[in-house]
Design a protein around this ligand. Structure first.
Ligand SMILES: Cc1cc2nc3c(=O)[nH]c(=O)nc-3n(C[C@H](O)[C@H](O)[C@H](O)COP(=O)(O)OP(=O)(O)OC[C@H]3O[C@@H](n4cnc5c(N)ncnc54)[C@H](O)[C@@H]3O)c2cc1C
Length: 559
């Protein structure tokens, strides 16, 4: 007997097979505004390829069939190989083929950073795991550029558009990927806790050969062609004066496999397509980059770039969450109406849309600051945008993505909370951008550090924002509040770091939208974010002055 208990209706799949650039007017306007129009035809083609059902399927497969470690070959020889699903390789090849890895360094045209940000943002809407090796490789470029011998060997392979996944020495490859290794078991944010020791094989010093002994607790993309690794050049722990940065290749110059033993792969909440590992350096061969004792400044410089990528990645997630939620709500009916016509759902969707557009405006402004900073005559304001606003944006935008990917999931009702689709992947992915490359608090402390080192940077930033406040009392009031907060005694400021970073970003986003976006977007953002305490509060963005924080915490858990 042929059973039919019901027909399936009012059910809609997640969106695939669309044009993520053509349907994003704010992105199109940003490309025109930043002088990146020249990249539009190429980005248009890339966007259509990314948005196709085929690329979404690759993303789904790469995350469903995650990497597997093969530490040994069948005869017991160490190989530290990681096997990836073919979909991972297809996605890596796709990104590489765009020339995005080296674009902002290789290209000289105005708008190069905006073009890169747009490409990264488009890719990140479809798949995020592949952006981890892409980010680390790109961020290593400015550091490698200062090491002439290494740069000479690697330049062409870093800029290459040919994906070469072979596990062979870098000199035999068409292109290379780089990773970075700082975090150890006893401490990640506090790199001074690193215990890995590097011993020179000869005289040592810049460009000299060292052997590294120790471990790293998180070491993503372990099969990269090299990692930039922080280690001590002496035994006296906890001091930053003997930390240094090393270039540690997968293969030694003599053609043997370097002694970086992959212990296991992390079983991660999200970011499943990408391999993150724990490793031991068993007298691994490395070259000193920069000077001994300059490990922390070197890594902080690299981190400024990786943090920009975190902003771009989370902006991509906010955008994808918004697009998927809108697409679904415009089709699904409940209580006699389209969900997108229900007043309360409209409030949710509008809030998502505002957050997404504000994040994009901030990303594109940061991209402009990175570009200006490449020029020798960069103004203090441009440098402040890069140095102060990047960690503030990394804190804020990544946190907003954690909350709002969950909110967008809920737009799908129960359909959002099942595995296999875009929404589950976005939700799992979002927290990692907030954690790695410096977690939320560390970002806020970094904002404070930058401001205390260069107090005039804050004033330059505020002066840069001021024109957008003309005739808009709500922005003017928010700027005054920010100014007052900046004047708080340094001892008080540390506990106010989240409040400060949040206000800084919200004011900046309001100014950018007022200058660039349609009035309906700018006015709504200002009304919902700057008035009456503002929406979108995240944990910790509270004024602790006058609160008995100790008593509250003691009562909360009397353990
Ligand atoms: C998927 C994944 C991949 C990663 N890949 C890499 C990699 O390739 N290379 C690499 O080096 N690392 C990598 N990491 C590590 C990552 O960068 C660290 O986990 C991160 O920097 C935080 O360090 P931690 O885990 O040691 O936490 P901790 O440093 O112990 O911090 C714990 C918490 O305390 C907060 N905190 C720390 N200091 C302060 C303070 N002074 N005041 C207030 N709060 C504070 C932090 O914000 C955080 O919330 C990866 C992490 C993940 C999750």
């Amino acid at each position: 007997m042929d059973w039919h208990t019901h027909g399936v209706f009012n059910q809609f799949p997640e969106l695939t097979g669309y044009d993520p650039l053509g349907t994003d007017p704010a992105l199109g306007e940003a490309l025109a505004r930043t002088g990146a129009q020249w990249a539009r035809p190429w980005l248009g083609g890339y966007a259509r390829q990314l948005g196709s059902a085929e690329t979404y399927a690759l993303a789904e497969q790469a995350n469903r069939h995650g990497p597997a470690l093969h530490a040994f070959d069948t005869r017991g020889r160490r190989i530290d190989a990681v096997e990836f699903h073919p979909s991972w390789h297809a996605l890596m090849a796709l990104y590489r083929a765009q020339g995005l890895v080296g674009l902002p360094f290789e290209e000289t045209r105005t708008g190069r950073w905006a073009a890169w940000a747009a490409g990264f943002y488009l890719h990140g809407q479809v798949e995020q795991g592949t952006l981890c090796p892409a980010t680390m490789t790109q961020a290593s470029i400015p550091l490698l550029q200062r090491e002439p011998a290494l740069w000479e060997q690697l330049r062409g392979k870093l800029y290459s558009r040919a994906y070469d996944p072979r596990d062979v020495p870098a000199q035999d490859k068409a292109s290379v990927w780089l990773g970075m290794g700082m975090t150890e078991k006893q401490g990640g944010s506090d790199v001074r806790a690193n215990t890995t020791v590097a011993t020179p094989t000869g005289a040592g010093g810049r460009g000299g050969e060292y052997l590294l002994r120790g471990h790293k607790w998180f070491f993503s993309a372990p099969t990269s062609d090299a990692h930039l690794v922080v280690a001590r050049t002496g035994e006296d722990g906890q001091s930053s004066s003997n930390l240094a940065c090393f270039y540690v290749p997968r293969w030694r110059p003599d053609g043997s496999r370097n002694a970086v033993a992959v212990q296991r792969l992390k079983d991660k909440v999200g970011n499943r397509s990408n391999a993150s590992s724990e490793v031991e350096f068993q007298d691994a061969w490395g070259l000193l980059m920069g000077e001994e004792g300059r490990g922390i400044p070197t890594i902080i410089e690299m981190a400024t770039y990786t943090r920009l990528n975190c902003v771009a990645g989370s902006t991509a997630m906010l955008r994808q969450a918004t697009v998927q939620a809108l697409h679904y709500a415009r089709q699904r009916h409940a209580f006699g109406k389209q969900l997108s016509e229900q007043p309360l759902m409209r409030a949710v969707l509008a809030d998502l849309a505002l957050e997404s557009e504000a994040a994009l405006a901030l990303l594109m402004r940061l991209a402009e600051a990175f570009e200006k900073d490449q020029e020798s005559n960069a103004s203090l304001a441009q440098r402040a945008w890069k140095r102060v606003m990047t960690p503030a944006a990394k804190f804020w935008v990544c946190k907003r993505a954690v909350e709002l990917t969950g909110e967008a999931m809920e737009v799908f009702g129960g359909n959002g909370y099942v595995e296999g689709g875009v929404m589950a992947r976005l939700f799992r992915e979002a927290p990692v951008n907030s954690i790695w490359e410096g977690s939320g608090n560390v970002m806020c402390l970094d904002v404070l550090r930058a401001l205390s080192r260069e107090p005039e940077a804050a004033q330059a930033l505020l002066a840069d924002l001021l024109p957008a406040a003309q005739g808009e009392p709500r922005i003017a009031a928010a700027l005054r509040e920010l100014q007052a907060l900046l004047a708080a005694p340094p001892a008080e400021l540390e506990g106010l770091g989240r409040l400060l970073a949040q206000r800084l970003v919200l004011v900046a986003q309001a100014c950018l939208l007022r200058a660039q976006a349609p009035a309906c977007v700018a006015d709504a953002f200002i009304a919902t974010r700057l008035e009456g305490g503002g929406a979108g509060r995240v944990a910790g963005a509270i004024d602790t002055r006058g609160l008995d924080v100790g008593a509250i915490l003691a009562r909360a858990f009397a353990g």
